[in-house]
Each structure stands twice: as C-alpha cells, then as structure tokens.
Design a protein around this ligand. Sequence first.
Ligand code: GLC
Length: 659
Amino acid sequence: MKKLTLQDKMRLLCGRNSWELYNANGELPEVFMSDGPHGLRMADGENGAVKSATAMPNLHMLANSWDPELAFLEASTIADDCIEFGADVLLAPGVNMKRTPLCGRNFEYFSEDPFLAGKMAKMYIEGLQSKGVGAVLKHFCANNREFDRLFQTSEVDERTLREIYLPAFEIALEAKPWAVMSAYNPLNGVYAAENEWLMKGVLREEFGFDGLIMSDWDAAHHSARMVKATVDLRMPYADAHMAELQEGLDSGFITEQEITERAENILRFIERAKKTPKKISLTKVQRHENAVKIARESIVLLKNEEDILPLKGGNIVVTGSLSAQPCYGGGGSAKVTTDYKCKSMEEELRARIGDAGSVSGTSVIIGDDKDPLMNFGLKRGYKSAYGKDAVIIFAGTGYCESEAHDRTSLRLDPLQENYICEMSRYNKNIIVVLNSGSAVDVSAWIDKVKALVLLGFAGEGAQEALADILTGRACPCGKLAETFPISLDDTPVGRGANTMVDRYKEGLFIGYRWYDTSEKEVAFPFGYGLSYARFDYSNLVVTKQGETDYEVSFTVKNISQTEAKEVVQLYVRDVFAMVERPFKELKGFQKVFLKPGESKTVQMKLQYRSFAYYNVAMKKWHVENGDFEILVGASSRDIRLRASIVIDLPFETQNSLFY
Ligand code: GLC
C-alpha cells in the first residue's frame, strides 16, 4: 500500500480489463475472475470462444434437490475447473428472488423463497471457497427481471426488501464470500452500485460484510459516486472511469482517503486470492459423475398417472425437438461449454432396459403442420408412437432463457404444445420431459399425458440422470423450489411494468406467499415433487426451549418397497398480526434417506427470526405475542402435521393492539 501512488490506487478501483484486477505493472499479483454459477465460463482467446469445462446442473435444478450438501458439492466441483484454468474467483452464486417466472435468468437463481435460496447459496459459497476459489454473491439487490435492467428502477418498500429481497443475501453472507456484486438496476431511484444506503448502510454496517464490493459489468455509472457508496471495484476497465475519479477528487466530492480505503479493500481481496491454498481433488471423470449425481437428486417427478414410471420395458419411443440434445444450460454469462459427449436418450435407456424392451428414437423437428415438409416429419413422429408402450416427448423452452431478456409467455411454443396434443391422439402413454429453466404453463396438454418429469437445465449429466430415474435405477426425490402457476394471469406480477419504474406493489407476496394468501389454485405447488415411494408422517412434538426457541421433531416413515429420499418442510404461520403477513413461510427443511419400511425422527430448531417480521416503525425484526402454527409438510400445499404454540414475550417488547 505504501508503495502505491494515488494513480495506482485509482487504477485499482477500475480493474485492468474485462476479467482481471489491476496489477500495478507487475508490482501486484494477477487476479483473474470468471463466470459462472454452473461451471467455469472462461474466454479462450479474443474470438469469443470459451474454454470447455464441466457443465453442472443449473442453480434452479440444484435448488430442486433441497440439499445444501449438494450445493457444496456442485461448487467444489466447479472449483477444480477454476483452479485448472487459473481463475482465482468465480462470479457466482446469484440469489435473486424469482418474483416472476418470466425472468430470463431464473435458471441461474435458486428460488422464490429467501430461506431456501439463502441456505443453498451459503453452502455453495462454502464449497467453492473450501478449495481456495473466491465466491461473488450476486446481484445485490432486487434485480428480478432482465427487461431494461440497466435503467428500470426496482421500487421496493423497506419491509418487502428486508423480508423478501435481502434475507437470501443475509443467510449466504454467513459463508463469508470474498465479494458481493451489485445489481444493474436502480433501487428506489439510486443505482445499486452507487446506493450508499444499500451498500454502506445495509451490507457493510448492518450485515457486517467486510469483503469486496464490485459493480456488475457496466452497472456503475460514475466512479466517484460508486466510491461514495463504498463500492470498491468498477468492472470492466475503461479510461473514462479513471477520469471520473479524478473529477471527483478535484471537485472535493470524494477524498484521497476514501480512494485509499477502497484500494485497501481490493488489496485484501488480492491477498486472499493469492494466499488461500488451492487444491484440485477431482479428475475430469469424477467432476462429470458429480454432475450426474446432482442432476439425479434434482429432477422432479410432477405427474405419474397409473404409475407408468418407472418404465418396466416394452416398446418405447423417444421423440421431441430436444430429445437429440436437450438444452443442458441457459444462455448469457452463465452459459457453459462442455466437451462431454452425451449419449442419446435412446442409448442411455437401452443400456438400462436391456432385453426387457426396445427403444427407438425419432427426433422430430417440430414445425408447422400446415407446412407440407414439416407435416411429413410430424406424421412420422405420430406413426412412430402408435402402439408403443411408452412415448417420451422432450419439450422445453430451450435457449430462449437467458440473461438480457425475459420470456414473454409461460407456455411452450404452440408447435410443441400441438405436437404433444396430437401425439396423445395416437397413444395415451405419454411421458413429457420438460427441458425448461423456469416454471411453464402446462395447462394446454397436462391432461393429455400420463407423466411429467422436470429435467430443467440439468447440466452435462442430464440424460444419464434422467435415464436412471425413468428406469427406476434411481428414485426421483427433487421438489419444486418455485411454484408452477396455472397461468401467467395468476402470477403476482403478470406481464410486468415496462415503465421507467417497476413498483413491487405485490410487496411480500411472491411465489407461494402470493398463491397461498390469495388462495389461488396452482399447477404444481412450491415444495412439490412425487416419488416412487410413499411416506407417512407422524408424532409431531414441539418443545419450548426458550422465549422464542423451539425444537420441532416428527417421524417420517417409508411405507413402500423402494429406498428413497424425502424432502420434509417446516412452515410457520403467524395466526394474528398487527401487519399483513403471508399465510405461512418456510422456516426449515431436511432431506431424509429412508430404506423400505424405515422410520427416522427429524429434528429442526426454530428461533426468533422464525417467527419475526420486520417492523419498519420499530426499525427491527419483531415477534408479536400470540398464536403461531407449526406446519410440517411434504409440500407447501400438502401439510401432514400441525401444532399450535403461544408466544408470550415481556410487556416492554410488545405494542398495545394485542397485548
Ligand atoms: C453479466 C452478469 C453478471 C456476470 C457479469 C460478468 O452482465 O449480470 O452476472 O457475472 O456480467 O459476465
């Protein structure tokens, strides 16, 4: 620090290029940052090529595993590619809330619920940093759409921010990520990357974050304003950014001391990047195997009429425009390039079904049946399905899901919907495999098919994992981390506001908080997923251990002949409150492995924040005395056990309305 001139310090705040920090002409070590959450995305030369790396399940599918240990495994697997290619820092994970299923980057985020997202992100960060690769928690905050993301203000009231859009960051910060990345959008009229209340007030002072804050790429608009907000690093480098710092100094808007403080933070970041021991522990094959394992635990069985799954054999056909090569990941900065050669779904199924059946494939280009050329192809598809024991149709949104734009509809394109409906006229045994990165409106065809499996963007191991599930080698145990609404009209945001300001007028009520409180039917609820096994829940005991400390225990039993895993969920309901609260909120979950007939007792703890809401008048998290319900469920809409408790805190903590 002593050797750095003021110019050096200013350069430090501006980075070196698109991916590196300033190295003071060799005086400082080189630090390289790279995307992305689903695997290393590192530029390979200047022509836009990207190095090949292991393509892991996208975060929306990882979240469907409801297993924080797998988040650790995913990130620690990606870390090996980072170390191999020399990336000191991975620009991940993203924890933005899924306010609308139309958001183009939902495949890159975990959930509509901040508790689940936070717990998964925390272990992801621990997994990455356990190997000496830095994590960058992003995008802070309220970056919940891609539409006009650099200019449209997210206008969010403080209680909604505190209870919905900040908690996933708060929980993930417990893993001490080396850095936090600002969001693109203005928050309440001030760019996130220049928002002193958000970055200095909330992130540094309230949440106690002592790491580096960087802007998203081109998310800062004046370097001096960024420094004022205590954001350390503006990416990527541009000469003008230096000039703006000089302008800020000359005008007295910022001081040399403020620049020095930011530069010191960057030096500490460089030191961590270079001093933290890095260790590769997995071969390339093992990394792939981890991709398969996580995908297997994340795939969600959404419908299984007449137990058509698992496949018992017989004549099976695989078809659909994505069957030849499913989309294994979304687009934009998170798009990973893998050199893994996936086998076709037919090959994977044949390898598992063997002589018990035959598997054929007709990967049809699904075009318009008014088009004679296309019509022939479609007819070929229908013919291939006639008389078969099972017809597996891959359908999905494909690469339309990506950073920089949102979807305009929740439905599949009409040609794919039409193909599924037409197919059902020739064969009733249809199994749809959904290859999409976010919720889909399935209403046009769901009643025409016997089974629906959410494959999502499940990485390079998707087909192997899916084949294990479809043939019963593995039992599906994923559950939805985001609600599948019946239609876009049922969602809290609908098509969204394309105005200068996007006011979050639905407040706290996003995802299941919206559907529960507005008592709307949904296609598939938050926390829902079927299994080949069946489970019995019993014996709920809630033990008071302190004023707001409770232990919840209950028994889960596998009452089937199939070994399986079950994701159990714990929700809390504040029956009466002085403010409006969601009907119930997730406050605990666990994934339990159970052999046939096996029972296990699950224990979870509830504490102050499990019952509290953020009281803006009191400027703190507040628990109101009164009745609370403890709800244990197999999904948010399948509550198996419930108990009531009464919280009775001292007079001085309460208000007069209910006390
Ligand atoms: C992108 C993304 C961010 C990414 C960064 C670098 O625009 O918003 O998530 O890490 O720029 O590619």
